[in-house]
Design a protein around this ligand. Sequence first.
Ligand code: PLP
Length: 385
Amino acid sequence: MRERTDGTGLATRAIHAGERPDPTTHAHSTPIYATATFAFDTAAEKEAAVDRALEWDPRSYFYSRTGNPTNRALEEKIASLEGAEDCVVSASGMAAVSATLFAHLGAGDHLLVGDEVFAITRVLWEEDLPRRDIAVTPVDMTDLAAVQAAFTPRTRLVFLETASNPRLRMADLDAVSEIAHRHGALVIADNTFFGPALLRPMEHGADLVVHAATKYLSGHGDAVSGVVSGRKALIDPIRKQTDTFGQAASPFSSFLVLRGVRTLPLRSAKGSENALALARFLEADPRVEWVRYPGLPSHPDHGYATRVLGDRFGAMLTFKTTGGVAGMQAFTDHLRLCDIGVSLGDVFTLVYPRPKDGAIIRLSVGCEDVADLVEDLSLGLSFVG
Ligand SMILES: Cc1ncc(COP(=O)(O)O)c(C=O)c1O
């Protein structure tokens, strides 16, 4: 086979990394290897493949819970984009989060976690970790003095979201990582809200980067998937945990996410452009109480956001209409283009009303024409009292 390259630019690697024409059939698109097991000519070959796989050689295949070529193609693509040595894919974003925490925490250890994180990650640290004698301290990661003060001699990990869910606070990852490393702790960044085309947390000190690949990496709302990237020595225990807990990714989901990631840089650019326009539009409307978007000067972390993101601030924004829950519902229930749904990161714009959380509205801005989005939001606002 001729020599090939992934290229060097991010957009080129998003397309090429991890993917090669199939060596036997020459299929150009990476196939879905829909197989539970892999067959060998001899017992010795089987034994060698199993031994290599269980020493965490991710290209040694014998059983798809442990390793699968479609899953591996996705892992190699994401590792390339994150600038990481290795990556492991799993059944969902929560599989990635939980496998990472359980692989690197044991009884008696202490975790520092961002005080605003995805609701199910919160269940994990409020219920599942304490039951296993793992101490947890939630901390406002944007308050560096509070972060510094929260460490104990048993602190092993710091877990934060690069933009907190749903209020989009951005902690200074470089500073948090510097403090954590001084205390001998690892930093895990959940980068679901930005994705590697906008922000690569390992360039800012993070040791491991987690994604709900369900969101921007897939980009089309048709797969549930998770990934973790980092040094191989840190990924191996997570791969083992994923195998033992049976959290393996489905090759079909990995195929869909692989296809999605190829256009991630294009979608990240378009989503950021649309979101900035909508954030400005909403902020100027008297029926909107406030807008939280890292690209607006009114955002409390705008300075840091500009430093690490440049002029593309992602496609998530949160706002509050006037009129409380009634105003929120009047807005969401009259939209004709944007759908109400709890997920994010889709090419379709999704609206997530949160009546039990201050009647705020989280908007995952898609890749539609911005004029159509403005028209739809204007329609919704026209019903706000
Ligand atoms: C920031 C963040 N992390 C993790 C997850 C979990 O991902 P999944 O739903 O794929 O398990 C989500 C889901 O919304 C999320 O928003």
